[in-house]
Design a protein around this ligand. Structure first.
Ligand code: NCD
Length: 306
């Protein structure tokens, strides 16, 4: 199946048909990785990676995925990047870079930056995170992880903690899971970090039962407990971040006799005690590794090579 979109900016584009098609290619990519290490299907392509906001996993895994398919890469990283520093618009940067590369991956601190970039891009564009808004490729690898762990993407109870207000990974995963029947969500947070009423209304409008809680114990009987650090960079009051940062910490004793799968897009700050790492249901590092076949698949498909 060829993808029904040219640019990927939002998890709302990840319909079940699209997700299954990407998973099929991702499984092939995982095999390529295991058996040959790499292929050359993108040897005649150049991928641009523009990371205006810090990133480790997303940046490295896009680089690793592109390398494993033989693509050339041009990389620009940091807030101090000349175009941003000199006040160039996102649109003008994209107009320039699309003459240098065949596909653009961009992370940007502003919500809505991905839509603006995609609207002028003549080459396929992938949103690698735009402010507190969306992170659709993280949602894809999260879905792939859930699929591998649970064998289904429907009829799941998914608990999201700790910062549903600011977390783009929570927003994107919740949006993509809302395309499947029978899912219900529990959003766990301090009262000041609750999911936005607009997101809750959107999810409920799609038939998802959403409840809110301020206790982590409401997530330990779910099918999936999706943790994400407090998004310090999106707090307007640094004092509030300091007050709340140790409020929710998942520990091994809280999970004794529990089957819940623990996920986290990482980086982990305080939200998961290292005692949890040894439990068989702690899947956050496997989750990060799933980013490679997923991003290989996405690059190949968006460049018309798979
Ligand atoms: C996430 C992000 O950047 O939104 N990280 C990632 O891409 N794996 C989560 C986070 O930074 O907390």
């Amino acid at each position: 199946m060829s993808l029904p979109f040219r640019h990927l900016t939002s998890a709302s584009q990840l319909t079940p048909e699209v997700v299954q098609a990407i998973f099929r290619v991702a499984d092939d990519m995982a095999t390529i990785r295991k058996t040959q290490g790499r292929s050359r299907i993108l040897a005649d392509r150049v991928v641009a990676l523009l990371f205006y906001e810090p990133s480790s996993r997303t940046m490295l895994s896009f680089q690793a995925a592109a390398s494993r398919l033989g693509a050339g890469m041009i990389v620009a990283q940091g807030k101090e990047m000349s175009s941003m520093k000199k006040g160039e618009s996102i649109e003008d940067t994209i107009r320039m870079v699309m003459g240098y590369a065949d596909l653009i991956v961009m992370r940007h601190p502003e919500s809505g930056a991905a839509e603006r970039a995609a609207s002028v891009s003549a080459v396929p564009f992938i949103n690698a995170g735009d402010g507190g808004n969306e992170h659709p490729t993280q949602a894809l690898l999260d879905l792939y992880t859930i699929w591998k762990e649970k064998g289904r993407l429907s009829n799941l109870h998914v608990a999201f903690a700790c910062d549903p207000l600011h977390s783009r990974t929570i927003r994107s995963l919740a949006r993509s899971l809302s395309h499947y029947p029978g899912n219900r969500f529990t959003f766990i947070s301090p009262p000041s970090l609750r999911a936005s009423p607009a997101l809750l209304a959107e999810l409920r409008g799609k038939g998802v039962v959403c409840t809110e809680s301020s206790s982590l114990s409401d997530g330990t009987n779910a099918d999936i407990l999706y943790m994400n650090r407090l998004q310090e960079e999106r707090f307007t009051d640094p004092g509030e971040f300091q007050r709340l940062r140790k409020e929710f910490i998942l520990t091994a004793p809280m999970l004794s006799e529990k089957n819940v799968t623990i996920m986290d897009p990482l980086p982990r700050i305080d939200e998961i005690d290292p005692s949890v790492d040894a439990l068989p249901n702690a899947r956050y590092f496997a989750q990060a590794h799933n980013g490679i076949p997923i991003r290989m698949a996405l690059l190949a498909m968006m460049l018309g090579k798979a």
